[in-house]
Ligand binder design. Structure first.
Ligand SMILES: C[S@@+](CC[C@H](N)C(=O)[O-])C[C@H]1O[C@@H](n2cnc3c(N)ncnc32)[C@H](O)[C@@H]1O
Length: 399
């Protein structure tokens, strides 16, 4: 039976602390997950659903389609069980297979060994049924399988993404300490950004936040920027079905309503964001400028301001950063009334130097660093309107 006719469990993997945003995305796409945990979500569906999820999801790392589950306490159990699956019906015998895994199993010291045994079983099965052996190796641009093997329980999935969908494909120009695209989207979603507000991103670096904002605002599916996915390397893949999905996504693109302003003190960062935005086809939407953050033009209608200053783990030294964070506080107090401002940082001691009381502290990880997105509501009018209630300003001050 064609694998494209099967229904099975779909596991969508995402980084830690991002699954609430993944769940929101799934619901918006019309899916109700049966389970949401620390590192992903699960639902029942077909490979057609996997195609749609790969095309649209902004916060996911990969979309896995379950093929089989069994008990295994030894690599030989793994091998024997995997020989029972009709891989020759799913994987082209003249194709290329790679196996990735997450293994926490007593009998395995090196996950590469588990991957190799899994790959051997798959390739041997195909050889025995077709007399041809697919190539195999570490490249993840063809058919990719994923083994989850923990405490005697093994699950084998087709990784329908192949190369991770965490990379949205536009970031070709590197700059200092870029944020992962999935994290940038989750940060924007947590601010309530929906593309209709102004989005101001001083200290934009290579521009992940501003570019992801432009993609959200224009309802551009991130998968439109990619031409290769794991599901394309399965027997029965129908290119015309994929073309239809892409066409629908193309037709769903809409104009951006709010303004998106990205600034950075370094010309090199602005060159990088310009080039990355061009690749994402949103360079005509974002307004770029080289300037210190204090000189960023803030439209008077207000909006959302997001900044990701260095926080001492990867860039800069702490002493310089103390005064930088204090200046960010001054800038917010003096110039950003009417804005909801968000500072993303991995250093809470530095964050205190901002000198404003955060109305929310949203938890994230950046790689393995425990980070916070601090929200500051900067009420409009406290500076400019005479006789305004002075408590409004003071309410924002850190006690
Ligand atoms: C951590 S990086 C931002 C990374 C960005 N979120 C991304 O995804 O690429 C911090 C940025 O702040 C910029 N920067 C440092 N001091 C600044 C200042 N005083 N005014 C404006 N930008 C500044 C740096 O040039 C750097 O690009």
């Amino acid at each position: 039976m064609s694998i494209f006719k099967l229904k099975s469990l779909i596991r969508i993997a995402c980084p830690k602390r991002i699954s609430p945003y993944l769940e929101q995305e799934l619901i918006k796409l019309g899916y109700t997950p049966d389970l949401v945990d620390d590192t992903g979500a699960e639902l029942m569906g077909s490979l057609a659903d996997c195609m749609k999820l790969n095309l649209w999801l902004r916060t996911a790392h990969r979309v896995l389609f379950l093929i089989d589950e069994f008990e295994a306490h030894h690599p030989d159990d793994l091998y024997k069980n995997l020989l029972n699956t009709p891989w020759e019906e799913y994987i082209p015998s003249d194709g290329y297979v790679s196996v990735g895994s997450h293994v926490l199993e007593e009998s395995i010291n090196d996950t590469r060994f588990a991957n190799m045994r899994a790959k051997d079983a798959i390739v041997d099965r195909i050889l025995s049924k077709t007399n041809t052996r697919p190539d195999s190796g570490p490249k993840d641009d063809k058919t990719v399988l994923f083994l989850h093997w923990k405490e005697g329980q093994a699950s084998i999935f087709i990784d329908t993404s192949g190369e991770t969908i965490a990379r949205h494909g536009y970031r070709q120009q590197p700059w200092k300490a870029p944020m992962q695209e999935t994290l940038a989207t989750a940060v924007l979603m947590s601010t309530g950004y929906n593309g209709e507000q102004n989005l101001i991103n001083p200290m934009c670096g290579s521009g992940t936040l501003a570019i992801e904002a432009a993609l959200i605002a224009t309802n551009t599916a991130p998968g439109l920027m990619r031409s290769n996915f794991g599901f394309m390397h399965l027997i029965g893949f129908d290119f015309s079905q994929w073309k239809t999905l892409r066409k629908e996504a193309d037709q769903a693109i809409k104009p951006c309503k709010g303004r998106i302003i990205a600034t950075d003190i370094h010309g090199g960062a602005i060159n990088a964001i310009r080039e990355n935005a061009r690749l994402a086809e949103v360079d005509d939407i974002i307004e770029f400028r080289v300037c210190p953050f204090e000189e960023t033009n803030l439209p008077k209608e207000g909006g959302i301001l997001v900044m990701n200053p260095a926080y001492g783990e990867r860039l800069g030294e702490n002493e310089e950063l103390v005064s930088l964070y204090a200046s960010i506080g001054d800038f917010l107090k003096q110039k950003a009334q009417g804005y909801k401002a968000y500072i993303f940082t991995g250093n809470l001691e530095l964050a205190k130097k901002i000198g404003l009381k955060a109305s929310k502290r949203i938890e994230f990880y950046n790689a393995n660093i425990d980070c916070r997105l601090l929200e500051f509501e900067l009420y409009a009018g406290s500076k400019r309107i005479p006789n305004s209630d002075p408590r409004t300003e003071r309410n924002n001050e850190e006690e």
